[in-house]
Design a protein around this ligand. Structure first.
Ligand SMILES: NC(=O)c1ccc[n+]([C@@H]2O[C@H](COP(=O)([O-])OP(=O)(O)OC[C@H]3O[C@@H](n4cnc5c(N)ncnc54)[C@H](O)[C@@H]3O)[C@@H](O)[C@H]2O)c1
Length: 371
């Protein structure tokens, strides 16, 4: 198979979808890997390293899209890329369709096969291609939050861990999945007082077992959230309903009840956000202030630490990319139930129910497109 690795062009996205080591694994199996010039440069991976493994370096993004059967990317295609995608081309990347109607419609129109990293699901219900980026974003959310709590960044001027004789900051984490757990570990490690909420009681039991004593677990409901936001300095949005828009857990009216200078970090912003007033921001301009509350809503947080993120992502995607290259998407998805879950849009048909529901589009059964 001919595999294309374009350079990411979304604002401040510095990751690349395949490391030279990953490319070598594909080339060893007889596949061709086309890498756009400088695709890996911002992850510390110059063209020469790819060339040494046998990759072909192409000068432009158009060359890569025109010649590849499978495109492996990191972020969802942005508007400039819509028309580059070819009919029947397999595009393997994060899409987050349910929060982006124009992208969904453009991919339906493209007649391509869109396999979304974020909905690939293993037999235990885990999301193996979301986990590594969630680990990165969860850890980063506390670093970012701690920094924006500083007064020069419009925060309320509280040090996350306090000092002897002074109260530490109070951190509220909405959602105790991968992002939430990593955030809780980081915040607790820095000495903050942490409260973590989830609707899954088994998950709360697990978190109560593994997290340190400065973390309290609580059931997530509107009553608890409404009370807790008043006394917390840093709030992390980390909920996920797979393939669907996140629910608004912190509503606009709650902001007025919060401490001025408190910080909201909505990590779930890529799925529409779980804080009503959040709208996506970029690393170039990551925050805005509403009612004296600092909002940080960067949709591609791991893009700021491209070395860690590129390696973590490709560790997880490569085994799937190899199967797709070896067998083609139909056979690979038929034989691997986890990959099949990743199919969202196939030759103009929406085959993922939550995406169809999000925009009132016609839903087609995935088994029909695999037949
Ligand atoms: N902004 C970024 O750069 C970035 C990076 C990685 C992940 N993310 C996003 O972060 C979000 C969380 O990802 P994850 O990997 O931790 O997901 P996850 O599935 O591991 O965890 C989500 C948790 O939310 C809980 N939940 C669902 N509804 C809830 C509610 N009403 N109240 C409290 N908890 C609730 C679930 O029970 C689950 O434990 C996703 O939207 C993901 O796309 C964003």
């Amino acid at each position: 198979m001919i595999i294309g690795v374009p350079k990411e062009i979304k604002n401040n996205e510095n990751r690349v979808s395949l490391t030279p080591g990953g490319a070598l694994e594909l080339i060893r199996r007889g596949h061709r890997v086309l890498v756009q010039h400088d695709a890996g440069r911002n992850s510390g991976l110059p063209d020469e390293i790819y060339e040494k493994q046998g990759c072909e370096i192409l000068p432009t993004i158009e060359d890569v899209y025109k010649n590849a059967e499978m495109i492996i990317k990191v972020k969802e295609p942005i508007e400039q890329e819509y028309d580059l995608i070819q009919p029947n081309q397999l595009v393997f990347t994060y899409f987050h369709f349910a929060s982006h109607e124009p992208l969904t419609k453009a991919m339906i129109k493209s007649d391509a096969i869109c396999l979304a990293y974020e909905t690939v699901k293993d037999s235990k219900g885990g999301l193996p291609l979301l986990i590594p980026m969630s680990e990165v974003a969860g850890r980063m959310s506390i670093q970012a939050g701690a920094s924006y709590l500083e007064m020069p960044h419009k925060g309320r001027g509280i040090l996350l861990g306090g000092v002897p004789g002074v109260q530490p900051a109070h951190v509220l984490i909405l959602g105790g999945g991968v992002v939430g757990t990593q955030a809780a570990k980081m915040a607790a490690g820095l000495g903050a007082k942490v409260t973590i909420l989830d609707i899954n009681l088994d998950r709360l039991r697990y978190l109560a077992d593994i997290l340190p004593a400065n973390v309290t677990t609580l059931y997530s409901n509107e009553y608890n959230i409404r009370n807790l936001v008043k006394s917390h300095d840093l709030i992390i949005g980390a909920v996920l309903i797979p393939g669907a828009k996140a629910p608004n857990l912190v509503t606009r009216d709650m902001l007025k009840t919060m401490r001025p200078g408190a910080v909201l970090v909505d990590v779930a912003v890529d799925q529409g956000g779980c804080i009503e007033t959040c709208k996506p921001t970029t690393h170039a301009d990551p925050t805005f202030v509403i009612d004296d509350i600092v909002h940080y809503c960067v949709a591609n947080m791991p893009g700021a630490v491209p070395y860690t993120s590129t390696v973590a992502l490709t560790n997880a995607t490569l085994p799937f990319a190899i199967q797709l290259a070896e067998k083609g998407w139909k056979k690979a998805c038929t034989e691997n139930a986890a990959l099949k879950e990743g199919l969202n849009v196939v030759n103009g048909k929406v085959v993922y129910k939550a995406v169809a529901n999000a925009f009132d589009l016609e839903y087609s059964n995935v088994d029909d497109v695999l037949a």
